[in-house]
Structure formats: C-alpha cells, structure tokens
Design a protein around this ligand. Sequence first.
Ligand SMILES: CC(C)(COP(=O)(O)OP(=O)(O)OC[C@H]1O[C@@H](n2cnc3c(N)ncnc32)[C@H](O)[C@@H]1OP(=O)(O)O)[C@@H](O)C(=O)NCCC(=O)NCCS
Length: 197
Amino acid sequence: MVELFDWIVQRVSYDAERDFYAKHFPSVAALHNRPYFRPMTRHDLNAIVAIEQQIYDFPWSKNTFWDCLKISSYSCWVYEQGEEVIAYGILSIAAGESHVMNVCVSPTVQRQGYGLKMMNRLIDVAGGHHVETMLLEVRPSNEPALNLYRNMGFNEIGTRKDYYPAKNGREDALILALDMFVPQHPQKEDEEQLGAD
Ligand SMILES: CC(C)(COP(=O)(O)OP(=O)(O)OC[C@H]1O[C@@H](n2cnc3c(N)ncnc32)[C@H](O)[C@@H]1OP(=O)(O)O)[C@@H](O)C(=O)NCCC(=O)NCCS
C-alpha cells in the first residue's frame, strides 16, 4: 500500500515538474523525453505484456514476467521514453555465466538502435557481475535478432532440438555465446547516436 502511494506521488509530482519545464524550458523538456534505462518493476508488466503479445506468436504471460522479477538471480530492465516502456530485457546471472532470457523492442520503435542499446546495457550489467560468458537462444528464422547478435560478436556454439513452440510443431534453437573478455561489441557510436541516458 505504501509502495503504491509512493508510486502515485512520484507520478503526480513528475507530471507537474514536466509541465513546468515544457512551458518554461522547452529544450530541457526535450531531455526528459530521452529514453532511459532502469530496472523493471511490477508496474511495467501490463505494458510489457502488451508489447510481447504484439511481437510473438507464443508470448510470455504476465505471471512469467512476475516470476522473473521475484527470482534473485534474474536481472530485469526496461528502456522508458516519455513514461512509455519501449524495450525490455531479462538476464539470468549465475556462476560466471549470464543467459539472455528475453530481449524485445516495441514494434513502433524497432530498427532505431534500441535493440543494440539494450543488449549493450545487458552486457554491462553482466560485466558488473564478472560474467565470463553470455549465452542466448534464438530461432534460426529470426533474422533481425541473429544479425544483431552476430554483429555484436556472439558466436554460434550449438543447437537445442525442438526448443521453441512453432505453428507447425516445434522449432530448434541456435545457441549463441559471447566471450566477455573479447571487447568486440559496438557500443560507443551507438551511445553517441542516441544520446546519453
Ligand atoms: C531483434 C530486435 C531486438 C532488434 O532490435 P531493434 O531495435 O529493432 O534493432 P536495432 O535498430 O538496434 O538494430 C541493430 C542491428 O540488428 C539487426 N537488425 C535489426 N532489425 C533488423 C531487420 N529487420 N532485418 C535485418 N537485420 C536487423 C541489424 O544488424 C542492425 O544493425 P544495422 O541497423 O546497423 O543494420 C527487435 O527486432 C525485436 O524486438 N524483435 C522481436 C523480439 C525478438 O525477436 N527478440 C529476440 C529474441 S531471441
């Protein structure tokens, strides 16, 4: 209850502050509209599930995201712009390894660099936990994601048979790995292009 009250107070005071800056300092107000990276909370889950349902044939449920938030070895993040979640990513981190469980960009802002930006942030989070290898699964048919990961330095290390549900049964997953000690993922140009957080 106290948490809900704090959240309402934060939102109301943020709106008042934003209106003030929009009126008197439009250039500062523009800064407010910059996307920023922050931890996911349960208040984001409706927005996240709405994106998930637009994107995937087999979307994660709200309960699945809620479970991720409750597991201490999971690290759940969003990009927010103008109070709207535009991207989210979930990592599990354990024993020197990190696994990308989900990464997704809202269809309205895809192909604008946010997927790369989110992945770079997840790599930073994993690096902060001294992770040596980052792993993920991807459908072989998912060309945008495969391009993204390969360009970042992820390498294919195997397949998981029948890993994903598919319209015609099951689909294999490619397993990709990033050696965290090889600094090859593009980052700086991306940060500059989209502005600091
Ligand atoms: C994959 C995804 C996260 C990429 O995010 P994005 O913000 O659209 O991608 P970016 O603008 O950051 O693009 C980065 C790179 O990804 C690749 N890429 C992204 N979209 C692509 C597309 N439609 N076709 C081909 N390559 C694409 C390119 O290599 C691109 O680099 P470039 O622009 O220099 O060519 C996004 O398409 C998405 O959310 N897809 C649905 C969910 C999903 O499949 N998640 C991954 C599950 S494993």
